[in-house]
Design a binder for this molecule. Sequence first.
Ligand code: SF4
Length: 434
Amino acid sequence: MWPSRDGTTHPGTAPRGITPLEKPGIFAYMRRMQTVSAAPMPIPGHIDPVPVPRAPAAREDGRTDLIGLSRDGIREALAAAGLEPKQAKLRAKQLWHWIYNRGATDFSAMTDIAKAQHPWLAERFVIGRPDVVEAQVSNDGTRKWLLRSPDGQDYEMVFIPDADRGTLCVSSQVGCTLNCRFCHTGTMRLVRNLTAGEIVGQVMLARDSLGEWPSQPEGRLLTNIVMMGMGEPLYNFDEVKAGLQIVMDGDGLALSKRRITLSTSGVVPIMARAGEEIGVNLAVSLHAVTKEVRDEIVPLNKKYGIEELLQACADYPGANNARRITFEYVMLKDKNDSDADAHELVRLLRKYKLPAKVNLIPFNPWPGAPYECSTPERIRSFSNIVFEGGISAPVRTPRGRDIDAACGQLKTASEKKSRAQLDREAEEKFAALG
Ligand code: SF4
């Protein structure tokens, strides 16, 4: 006899998955618990309920990717694999140099590490790069890469060359939870957070393709990084922080924090931490100056309103006139582009005494987008009003529109799969292996 979930009993052997421990009384208890846990859990304080997406799968070959580990992390991984502590420390230093100064991906190239140790390292570790599914070059020189993680998730990065700089737009998540209405990525569901390794991996791959090894402080093509690709970086804070710390490490990629900008849609409770613990420049996707319009364009506004967001900007550690906060403002026809909106923007930025510059972004359309771009005259008028208010408001030239690489256009075919579907796929794969 075996008990079913409705408390009745059945003759014969219990189906797979039902154990003798599962008694009718236990089901009744579980039902009670389900009823109790259906009530909303009280959240103490002002804590953001960050959605926890699926974790990345481990590499199939069982090796550890060194990209994304801190220097201490590399040392610990070597020690855990069996190296003496002193040797692990020395090897970690050598590996760091080869990986982040020389761009090495093969242990056999590491001439100051004993040859006999190369196979030992290669059996246990890998210096990975994301797989490139597609690389496109726009007619304005912008490059876009569609990348794939070892567990089959697709994400994008974009390199925008300019006369005096080269900016890499880096993704922090596959998909996004925030559904900003002007943004193509926002139409994807969140698939998962990218790891620190996948964030640093984008920078490494860009350096590979620009031929920027060995690393040099002068004459680089990749000079700036913006965390403005797919995803909301503050909803993946720990991995973004770990990744950017590697990018900023003076003995490695050595990109100054002044050349890195983190863009948020306004995750207010985490903004101060970003300033204190990462210390990079801040950009805010503002896009509207009234509650009604911002609630529509950036739905996160319903949770953290404009005033609260601007106060968090005023409190952002390290912001001053030399390091101004960038306010991104996408120009949407008849939605947020009136003269009154421009005046209100000036009033708000002044009210909070913000060291601000405003980036006006002509809307980049994508298939099915619910908005149109403002006319050039409207954008000019808006820009003039903000300039006259004493705030710099350049109009950003759209880049990479022909390859859907422009701001707000990134989207991949990655879709969120249910746990059951992923488990089924894993079973099928396992069965195919025999
Ligand atoms: S603008 Fe940024 S935060 Fe908003 S949906 Fe797009 S990727 Fe997400």
